[in-house]
Design a protein around this ligand. Sequence first.
Ligand SMILES: [Mn+2]
Length: 578
Amino acid sequence: MAVEKKWIVKEPGNPALVRQLSAELGIDQTLANLLVQRNIKSAQEARAFLRPQLDQLHDPFLMKDMNLAVDRLSRALNTKEKILIYGDYDVDGTTAVSLVYSFLRKYGEDNLDYYIPNRYTEGYGISYKGIDYAHENGFTLIIALDCGIKAVEKVQYGAERGIDFIICDHHLPDDRLPEACAVLDPKRTDCSYPFDDLSGCGVGFKFMQAFAMIKGIPFDNLLSLLDLLVVSIASDLVSITGENRVLAYYGLKQLNQSPRKGLLSIIKLSGLEKHMITIDDIVFKIGPRINAAGRMESGKTAVDLLTSRNDNDARIIGDTINTHNNDRKNEDRKITFEAVEMASKVKDFAGMKSTVVYNPDWHKGVLGIVASRLVESYYRPTIVLCKSNGFITGSARSIPGFDLYEAIESCSDMLENFGGHMYAAGLTLKEENFDRFKRRFEDYVTSKITTEILTPVINIDTYLDFKQITPRFFNVLKQFQPFGPGNLSPVFISEKVYDNGNGRKVGSDSGHLKLELIQEDDFHRHISAIAFNRSEHFEHLKSGNPVDICYSIAENYYRGIANIQLRVRDIKLVEEPF
Ligand SMILES: [Mn+2]
């Protein structure tokens, strides 16, 4: 069941400004238009955007409490207090702990240690168990990273045991802040730091930058930390704008040129060794492998890897993490396959507006990702359930514009428990209520959802002709990187393109198309393109018929050599009049 997508082309930028930038920078008007659409207003702003500089980073002392944090840390190091570096088990938390630990160990390794709470027994955030561990082992300062902004009672509990806290968080604070020595969080309402979308690891980095400034340590000594920082920025899905874009730019440089041993081992295991690693590579390949460590016995494994100074240790820990990640991926795939089979066998499935599937034996840990996969395939609100502790429990995912939480809430009388927000939720119910719940949920979705919401949208930046895609064009376009939330890879439309006859089906089930595309007034040159899951258009293209495509432009690496390749996002058949 292929879902027809709606293409929406953005408003072009102000034409006078586009012409001006194009002339002043000597670039194609289409590129100038992309800059204007990104809110760039002068050639100077454009240069700053295209060539990020480290001096664009903000002064860390603009962050509220930074002085207090640096003073407390300096005192602890001077008096050889024991310091515990504490962070969550996800990628942001473990990279943050690794960043602060690997920097500070140069200034007092003997008194430093780190602690990652157990995902299953302690959960997110600062735990009482963690504080007890600190107390029993003589730590008197905890640096909490990527967590702690709401830990009012926990910080109090620590204070009663002689433990101080420095909190470095990026989550939204409550009205009442914990009474720590310092609370660094750019989202504090009384913090006037100019950029509030740092990752948790980013807040930890700003802390180390401030510490280095006070100690007279040159900024260059911090550059080796940026490989960790870019991994957090990509994995925590913070925006790639402002200060994050500068940090991500230099972070990718570090990650590609001289990654730390632990990251190099993950890069090798991900098959990225000869690639120019991008934000997407981190999101889809590097991040999940670090996350896999958080799912093992201890999230500490991730920090062990990311701070390892020994090639052999890094390789061994990396291998273990990779095995766990592969196990989980196999589990995902198996359950997704079973869920698709089950869904498609439901009577009148095509006419329904929601997908609800249940199998008592599925593994609870992967239901969220399976629900997301089903949303990708069928594009409608989806719930995937299994049996746990005698109840039916599971994860729900929505599509843009549909409030899933409200839909679940409307069935609350049949539920034991539920929680979440508009796009993602969790729920628990008794087995005897399942059939009734499924019907009511479908009825509710049917009554509320519109054809408009059920039509997926592709946002397109602008039109482009193949003859505009020159090496120079691509070189400038590359400088729009790093791409990610807030700075997406531009999507173009080209109309009436043909395959030159060399196109073929590729992939293990021949589901993808590898094409060599030409455009009507430029038959001499072809551009290679890949269209994932679009093999249904093969016959149409093979017979020499034109299509309209929308796509982004990327580099494809084959045996270490980079070539321009169009990543086709969608194809529309052009009906030729006779
Ligand atoms: Mn975070």
